[in-house]
Design a protein around this ligand. Sequence first.
Ligand code: C2E
Ligand code: MG
Ligand code: MG
Length: 583
Amino acid sequence: MEKGLGKSKEIKEAELLKELTELRHMVDAYQAIGQAFLRIDPKGMILDVNDPFTSISGYQREELLGRSIFSLSSEENPENLNRKIIRALFKEGHWEGEVFGKRKNEDAFPAWLSVKAGKKRGNTVLSYSAVVIDFTSIKENQKHLEKMAHYDVLTNLPNRSLMYDRLYHTLSLAKRHKYHIAVLLLDLDRFKEVNDSLGHHIGDLLLVEVAERLMETVRESDTVARMGGDEFLVILPEVGSSNNAASIAQKFIDYIVKPFFLEEHEIYVSASIGITIFPIDGDDPDVLIKHADTAMYHAKAQGKNNYKFFTEDINKSTVERFTLETRFRRALDKLEFHLNYQPKVDIVTRKMVGMEALLRWYHPDQGSVMPSLFIPLAEETGLVFQLGEWALRESCRQNKDWQDQGLRPVRVSVNISPRQFKKSDFMDIIQEVLEDTGLDPQYLMLEITESTVIDNVEDTILMLRELRKMGVGVSIDDFGTGYSSLNYLNRFAIDELKIDRSFITDISKDEDQKVVNAIISLAKNLNFKIVAEGVETKEQLEFLENTECNEIQGYYFSKPMSSEEMHAILVKDEPFEGTPYLS
Ligand code: C2E
Ligand code: MG
Ligand code: MG
């Protein structure tokens, strides 16, 4: 027994030693191929680890021995993972799969874990061996590869393939929500020259900077992609109008012509841009891009450094509009604006009781541009504030000047655009202009439109009261064309209603007579003065003479005239005779 026992002990020791040696060899073998390896007992306690595992885990070997393997499992793993592994080992003797390990510094890392049963005695497993592959760098590589597949390496912009994805996606949204998308294809004009003369290295630097400038110009929701070479594609979702696309294209062009400083070189290039609009020019990515390409070649053919829409009509209207806008900005600086004055004539005495100041834009090459063209543009671009204030100031100054010359004082009416009226400093500006010019407020009248007053009734009521307190008159212009609810007209401190010209023009028609009569009786009830606009014929005048209309403004008595002509009229100060105007 003793012997037996002794023998068995010897055998046991020998077996254990053999086992340990085998294990050691295994550990070494894994170590040799750089694979992290560890051995655990059936309870999950670590029996041995190799160096690669210590470097993955961040622990020293001694810190790991006797520690539970489960303490190296990250919280990012699903809750039941440990149980799943234990059951698989119990039933099948092995498990492998993706897990998150936890390093000593608590960082989680993605890994591949492969565990299998090691030595057995009878049916009892004595230990398990586990191989761990750290996926961190593989995952990073994967991300890198993905990025390489979607992004241009040089500029970091989305490449052609990601651009297609985005365009496809943007188009499907736009189809659903029915909005317009603009696709801009931009090609540099002198890139080949730069490349050929200064080398590819400078060419590359140039492309990187062009990409940066493009990115700086667009909004976050827009996509700028590099199509290859010196070609870039820009997707503008929800562009609104072709005008916006044009203005962004122009911004690109303006920005790209500025010098590039690359190493010791100062480089000048320009860009040609082709623009297509969804849904007008096509509704799939290929067609839109193809047409943008055609448009871009037209831009090149027409002297480069410009943009072209694929659709000729858009081209025409947008370009006209856009050049108008550019010219308009310049006109403000150069004071190409002036005022004309049109008399308002008392219907009984035929004497001038007031005048309306009307803006004129005289362009040195293009001649007169009518306000119907540029006022809406001024509204849209915000230039109306500057322009409107100028018109107000100039009308007041001129009127005061005439009065100072001893001429009979009359009231000057100035048109105020809705945006001007709604701006918070509007009242201050009126006050300031009156003070600066010295004009008595009773000689100023503001013409506002129906839409202006009904837009924000409560504020308007307060402002109109304030104006009345100041002594400034207020007139509702183009009355009858808006939607003013007659209900609250009586709440406004208004002095005058101007019946819109359209009713006067058709006054021979029965229904228009009814409208005019209705407006006049309403105005009378509310104690407003009534002015009829656009009176051209004797017939119109006679009709109005039989109503309670107070004043006439129209070609029958006088067209708008220059300040010199108005001066002469004031000097004469005679009643108007009037002649029918034949258009
Ligand atoms: P509005 O205020 O209704 O001005 C009257 C318009 O009718 C003027 O056109 C005037 O020339 C025209 N008119 C007057 N009598 C007759 C007539 O018998 N027959 C015809 N066919 N037309 C007549 P205009 O000068 O082209 O001005 C157009 C509009 O532009 C003005 O309409 C006004 O809304 C706006 N506007 C003019 N000046 C200014 C300004 O300084 N500021 C703002 N915000 N708008 C202005
Ligand atoms: Mg007016
Ligand atoms: Mg009017």
